[in-house]
Write a protein that binds this ligand. Structure first.
Ligand SMILES: Cc1ncc(COP(=O)(O)O)c(C=O)c1O
Length: 466
């Protein structure tokens, strides 16, 4: 077999073009075969079909590029849970914009690595400009806001706790029961005390409980609030929380992994009032920012806050190289090799502009309200509450947790819909996390019809698929 061609250089694009054509055909064929939001039949069926159609993964003699791309990409697309389908709405699992995926292809072809300037001359300059611009959106009045690109909300939250620990020693984290699990895990990973978890009875942090926790706990304290909770999409009362942390001398981190992009919407940005008062903010553009994973951000009001991440590895940031003016990038992450995720984000922001992004955000939130209206109008369905962002919890009226869980698994098993599950103090709910700006009212009506049919099946047969 001839040596396979490379993706980069002047010859790269000519080699890529026919391969991409094969990939695009395979994506189309796989989605056509699937013909729905996910493959029907559940894990065993999907696994057996995949193994049957893909054949040996490490054959003695290669099958060639087009064959392997056709086989494996078709199989993956056929077996995908595809967030571009309007009935795939379980998680903060975004349908990426085509333009962002196209930009990501360029990132793969060029393969800059963001750990040293000599691997990423222009990409590092782009990342710096983008992170400054995004940090300025969050901290418009801060003197020198800055941000790091992360693999997502989990890494951004870990870094936030790390920065607090480096500033103050072993900080005691205080979060609410609605916080993302990555906060507790970050405390564990960093050797910090277990977070004090205060109640969130209405889905948001309870302020009297926060005041008590701030009074009862000594030492350096870090409160983490959430702007867009994973289960219900609610936003903690950020201004009151910021006031309390200021009064009690605690630091504040806001996990706006989900809700952060509301900043771009003149209609909805008021929901994030006081975001800028946090010592650090998590933002995740592979959620309400329509980026392919990964596209996380951790923003801080002053770039000096990131100094503690400085690290020396002579092959990447020798002192004399830094003195001679080569940017030192190693302190921009705890990772070493790192993809230029800034490219797809920058392409998206430039292509859409503020108004384009605002329109996407607004349309998505309107879709969620429309779903809530449809549920409200149907006496057979119960709505948890009006959506704050784009998460809608609902279930059949007068049902129990087992039936709700069965409906969800029935829809998965039939390949009809991907809905999530969320527990509140009123029991289990189906969760629709709407992130697809192309979803129509008809799509929402048919989603509810599928739920109703699955419910009828579940109550008639008492069936419990897997
Ligand atoms: C509020 C919140 N924070 C953080 C995360 C973690 O983000 P990631 O999966 O990008 O690490 C999530 C994930 O859903 C989330 O909902």
């Amino acid at each position: 077999m001839p040596t396979p061609p490379l993706a980069g250089g002047t010859a790269g694009p000519a080699h890529l073009r026919p391969l991409i054509d094969t990939v695009l055909t395979a994506l189309h064929d796989g989605a056509t075969r699937r013909n729905g939001p996910l493959p029907a039949g559940g894990p065993d069926t999907v696994t057996q079909h995949l193994l049957r159609t893909t054949g040996l993964l490490i054959p003695d003699h290669g099958t060639g590029a087009h064959h392997a791309l056709r086989t494996l990409v078709t199989a993956l697309a056929e077996g995908a849970a595809d967030p571009a389908h309007p009935h795939c709405a379980a998680h903060l699992h975004t349908p990426p914009l085509a333009l962002a995926a196209a930009a990501d292809l360029a990132a793969s072809a060029l393969n800059p690595s963001m750990d040293s300037w000599d691997q990423a001359p222009a990409a590092s300059a782009l990342e710096t400009a983008l992170t400054t611009a995004l940090a300025t959106e969050i901290y418009p009045h801060a003197p020198q806001p800055d941000a790091l690109v992360t693999t997502g909300g989990t890494e951004a939250n870990q870094l936030a706790l790390l920065l607090a620990r480096e500033r103050h020693g072993p900080v005691q984290t205080i979060c609410a029961a609605n916080a993302h699990h990555s906060i507790t895990r970050a405390a564990w990973l960093l050797g910090l005390p277990r977070p004090v978890v205060i109640p969130a009875p209405a889905g948001v942090m309870d302020l009297p409980a926060l005041r008590d926790a701030l009074l009862r706990n000594d030492g350096p304290l870090l409160v983490t609030a959430t702007a867009g909770t994973t289960d219900t999409g609610r936003i903690d009362p950020l201004t009151d929380i910021a006031d309390l942390t200021t009064t009690h001398g605690a630091e504040l981190h806001i996990d706006a992994a989900y809700g952060g992009p509301l900043l771009f919407s003149p209609t909805h940005r008021h929901a994030l009032r006081s975001l800028h008062r946090a010592h650090s903010v998590t933002l995740d553009l592979h959620k309400l920012g329509w980026q392919p994973a990964s596209a996380g951000i951790l923003a801080v009001p002053h770039h000096h806050h990131l100094d503690v991440l400085h690290h020396h590895a002579p092959y990447l940031n020798a002192d004399d190289d830094t003195d001679a003016g080569l940017p030192d990038l190693l302190g921009r992450s705890l990772r070493t090799t790192r993809r230029p995720d800034a490219l797809k984000i920058a392409v998206t922001l430039q292509a859409l502009g503020r108004d384009g992004l605002a329109e996407l955000v607004d349309r998505t939130l309107t879709t969620a309200h429309h779903l809530a209206d449809l549920i409200d109008a149907d006496p057979a369905l119960e709505l948890y509450d009006r959506p704050t962002i784009s998460t809608v919890l609902f279930r059949p009226t007068h049902t129990d947790d087992t039936t709700v869980a069965t409906i969800r698994r029935t829809l998965l098993d039939r390949g009809h819909a991907v809905l999530g599950r969320a527990h509140t103090d009123q029991g289990l709910w189906l969760k629709a996390t709407l992130l697809n700006p192309h979803t129509t009212p008809d799509d929402l009506r048919s989603l509810l019809t599928l739920v109703t049919h699955a419910h009828t099946g579940a109550t008639k047969e008492g069936s419990t698929p897997r």
